[in-house]
Design a protein around this ligand. Structure first.
Ligand code: HEC
Length: 472
């Protein structure tokens, strides 16, 4: 029998939900990367201010700020970037594998730009202070352009995950790359990058020695102009929203409470920054001290965190919309897995296999690992025993059999009735405090009932079922 789906070894992050592990790393990485992109543009602007004689302090700022960019974004940005690869292959090797498989040339192009960015950056770091203006500008423009283009390339691949466009019909790489949310998201991220760089500049100016308050104030107000494009963010946000699937949109508009909360928080944080920037910095020409600057940078990090959380969250139940579910099973494989089972030829052993009281419970643990562990822990973050805690055994069976109906942002159950019963027993066993003995459940009537529920709900995704109901 050929394997019904490819198994990969997945790591268990203990009480930490896998999505949270990736999320935290991803948010830090995105924030730093966007800071580097906006930072590149900001330095070009200051270099221009300096070499055209518009701002005598500009050169000093550029050199000080650059050290900060190098330290923060080259070191931390690069480390978290590698960390992202490392974490994502442990959580969803199949998602990453598919993305690399479909877009390897684009990844290679992205990497080329990244190398160029690093090279130009290090040249400036090493020789910047000794070079004449013209060469300084050339290096900075190369640095800024290369880092923006690495956003351009990666943005196409990441936005494709949620809005594949015509890709699956045409199989054309460019249809996937220039997908419906490509432009709104690349422009939105460019504007965000500029804003983050401006706020970071306010912080750096305060850290620079040998400058009086008047000088600091001058530099801060130059940098603040980089916040003005952020005024377009509401419009860009609406554009982005309009480009993503209607069901994804509906999660943030009340369909899912945590999602909506994070969405609102992202907007509130961004608005605080925008209001302060517009009225405080630009109109009232207020001075920003180090404390306020740190606060604004932290708010920007929070806004990024909430927004990225929502962007990742609304893709559920997919990692690759319309093709691959978050638990690494494709839409097309579900029907077959219901017949042959998802644990049948899983080659990877269970960790500490001898702690399970019987084979059925051990099998349940395998079913959990294959189908649920990407979004749930047993009894910690989004713990399965918590979300099913108040249900009777029969309710557990039914709601899990009809998983995509229970919550349309979960994939359909992709295993046999026997596996489902094992999962339910495993949940019950954990709920009872993992006792040493546990009775096997082997009533054929139960299995028949589960089969009937599975047949009733079918193998389509919850989103499709919702859309069909909407159409009636
Ligand atoms: C794509 C991610 C994802 C996968 C895969 C997933 N779930 Fe969920 N599940 C969630 C989220 C998110 C919630 C909602 C938690 C909340 O509302 O607070 C949830 C909620 C639940 C609930 C509670 C539903 C309710 O109405 O209160 C149950 C039961 C559940 N999941 C069981 C499972 C089982 C069993 C599996 C594996 C067969 C599974 N889930 C796979 C994301 C997922």
């Amino acid at each position: 029998m050929d394997s019904p789906f490819p198994h990969y070894p997945v790591n268990d992050f203990g009480p930490l939900m896998k999505g949270i592990a990736i999320g935290v790393l991803g948010i830090v990485h995105v924030f730093l990367a966007q800071f580097a992109i906006g930072g590149g543009m900001l330095m070009c602007y200051f270099q221009w201010l300096g070499q055209t004689g518009r701002e005598p302090l500009a050169r000093k700022f550029t050199d000080g700020f650059f050290k900060f960019v190098v330290l923060v974004s080259f070191v931390l940005g690069a480390v978290t970037g590698v960390g992202m690869w490392f974490a994502t292959i442990q959580v969803s090797a199949r998602t990453i594998g598919t993305m690399v498989g479909e877009f390897h040339w684009l990844w290679a192009v992205e990497w080329t730009f990244f190398s160029l960015e690093i090279t130009a950056g290090y040249c400036f770091y090493r020789y910047g202070t000794k070079l004449p203006d013209r060469e300084r500008m050339t290096l900075l423009v190369i640095y800024a352009a290369a880092s923006w283009f690495s956003l351009f390339w990666i943005n196409g691949i990441l936005s494709w995950q949620l809005t594949p466009g015509d890709f699956y019909e045409t199989g054309n790489m460019w249809d996937g790359f220039f997908n419906p949310s490509f432009f709104p998201s690349v422009i939105f991220r460019t504007v965000t990058s500029m804003g983050i760089a401006a706020l970071a500049a306010c912080l750096v100016v305060n850290l620079m020695p040998e400058m009086d308050r008047e000088q600091r104030n001058t530099l801060i107000h130059r940098a603040a102009y980089f916040l003005t494009p952020a005024l377009a963010m509401p419009l860009l946000g609406v554009w982005y929203f309009w480009a993503i699937p209607a069901d994804s949109r509906s999660w943030t508009l009340g369909g899912n409470v945590p999602m909506m909360m994070f969405f609102v928080l992202a907007i509130v944080c961004s608005m605080f920054i925008a209001v302060y920037a517009l009225f405080g910095l630009i109109r009232a020409r207020l001075y920003i001290n180090g404390m306020t600057a740190s606060l604004l940078v932290s708010l920007a990090l929070l806004a990024t965190a909430f927004a990225e959380f929502v962007r990742e969250g609304v893709r559920k139940p997919y990692t690759l919309r319309g093709y691959l579910y978050s638990n690494s099973i494709t839409e097309d494989e579900v029907a077959r897995l219901r017949e042959v089972g998802c644990t049948t030829d899983d080659p990877y052993p269970l960790r500490a296999a001898d702690r399970y009281p019987n084979e059925q419970v051990a099998k349940g643990a395998l079913v959990y690992r294959n189908l649920c562990s990407v979004c749930h822990t047993p009894d910690a973050a989004n713990g399965l025993t918590h979300v099913t805690g108040t249900w009777t055994v029969s309710q557990r069976r039914m709601n899990i059999a009809k998983l995509q109906r229970t919550k349309p942002f979960m994939p359909p159950f992709a295993g046999t009735p026997d596996e489902l019963e094992a999962l339910v027993q495993w949940i019950g066993w954990i709920n009872s405090g993992r006792p040493e003995t546990w009775p096997e459940s082997n009533d054929p009537e139960t299995l028949r009932e589960i089969q009937q529920w599975l047949d009733e709900v079918g193998t389509k995704s919850g989103l499709e079922l919702l859309a069909e109901e909407g159409a009636h």
